[in-house]
Ligand binder design. Structure first.
Ligand SMILES: Cc1ncc(COP(=O)(O)O)c(C=O)c1O
Length: 386
């Protein structure tokens, strides 16, 4: 539980927000690898930065408070956070993954964890019956993204958590797309939340970082041990940048969502657009579930143009919106999932889960909405094949 009633205040004053020793209103960057000890076994709370660092600790306390968890952990990237969490599993275990999770999550399971006899099954977590059917005795965990990347498929986190707990599964939610400002999976029954903090939490496309928040002391002890043993920790400077980004999360997200809603409405009404995937649209899959578990539909939109529009030409015609991997920065970013973020998923699986070669994913920035829409409008016009 946060000590603040309102998340906008918690974003700024949550966790450890000042420096007790000097009164500095920001936690300094403790750029040190080690700490002097006063005698054998006499430490002042820190011994080595892989194990603990005050700047990282301030960030970890902040994200734990925002997600309403027991403890937080900061890693060198979202993938490092996911890898640390998956390291809770043992050889012979199996994990269920939502059918359109981030390509890197799929890849680490498919290409790394399989070497250690940790297996995965792709499950349709948006369909509760189909999901339950996939729970075999070796299944020990489930990883959900809601909305899931890149088709914005919504999963009922509370229902999946309830079913999973009947089978003693660990419920892991990647909350990158929503952030605790829009959705708090631990309050819906999940056990662990992970983030690519590179995205909205950092918010400025200038830091790569990952976070994990756990719901219990027991999980906290295990993840702390894995974090220290495997060592993919977030450096002090990057921890500072992330704290700085999180302070403005609320105002950024409000503006991002406002722009996303207008962009989704524009795309939906456009004659060139075959399909729009945005959980904020009433007719979208999972709209009511998303309304129940999140503040709104978030910022990410995917869409497809009709065949008489050349998507290569569309991408090349954009003047303001940048073609780039990643999302969540103040600037609008666009990508082509099948050749970029989801290229590590084999073509047959991409096809099976609906990630077509015509799919376009847009992270709507906080620029003036008129400018975003005008850029999309002119690029669509340019890309029309006569
Ligand atoms: C939903 C999601 N989870 C995890 C990751 C991996 O995070 P990182 O790139 O910080 O390692 C990404 C990256 O794009 C992502 O979009």
């Amino acid at each position: 539980m946060s000590k603040f009633k309102n998340i906008n205040t918690a974003l700024i004053h949550g966790g450890i927000s000042t420096d007790a020793r000097t009164g500095a209103v920001n936690v300094p960057i403790y750029q040190t690898s080690t700490y002097q000890q006063d005698g054998l076994g006499k430490m002042r709370g820190y011994e080595y930065t892989r194990t603990g660092n005050p700047t990282r600790e301030a960030l970890e306390a902040l994200i734990a408070e925002l997600e309403e968890g027991y403890a937080g952990f900061a890693f060198a990237s979202g993938m490092a956070a996911i890898t640390a969490v998956l390291s809770l599993l043992h050889s012979g275990d199996r994990v269920l993954i939502s059918s359109n999770v981030y390509g890197g999550t799929f890849r680490v399971l498919d290409k790394i964890f399989q070497h250690f006899q940790i297996y995965y099954t792709i499950a349709n977590t948006a369909d509760l019956n189909a999901f339950e059917q996939e729970i075999t005795p070796d299944v020990k965990a489930v990883i959900i993204e809601s909305p899931a990347n890149p088709l914005m498929t919504v999963t009922d986190i509370q229902a999946i958590s309830a079913i999973s707990h009947q089978h003693d599964l660990l419920v892991i939610v990647d909350n990158t797309f929503m952030t605790p400002y829009l959705q708090k999976p631990l309050t819906l029954g999940a056990d662990i939340v992970v983030h690519s903090a590179t995205k909205y939490l950092g918010g400025h496309s200038d830091v790569v970082a990952g976070l994990a928040v756990v719901s219990t002391k027991e999980l906290a002890e295990k993840i702390a041990f894995i974090q220290n043993s495997t060592g993919g920790v977030l450096p002090p400077f990057d921890s500072f940048l992330l704290i700085r980004g999180i302070k403005t999360l609320g105002v950024r997200m409000d503006r991002h969502v406002q722009n996303a809603e207008k962009t989704a409405a524009f795309l939906k009404a456009h004659k060139a657009v075959k399909q729009v995937y945005y959980p904020g649209l009433k007719e979208s899959q999972g709209y009511s579930v998303n309304q129940k578990q999140a503040r709104n539909g978030g910022v990410m939109i995917s869409f497809e143009l009709y065949e008489n529009y050349d998507i290569q030409k569309f991408f090349e015609s954009l003047k303001l919106i940048m073609l780039a991997e990643s999302l969540g920065g103040v600037e609008s970013l666009i990508c082509h999932p099948s050749t970029m973020t989801h290229a590590s998923i084999p073509a047959d699986i991409r096809k099976q889960v609906g990630i077509t070669d015509g799919l376009i994913r847009l992270s709507v920035g906080i620029e003036e909405i008129e400018d975003i829409i005008a850029d999309l409008q002119q690029a669509i016009a340019e890309s029309e094949v006569m």
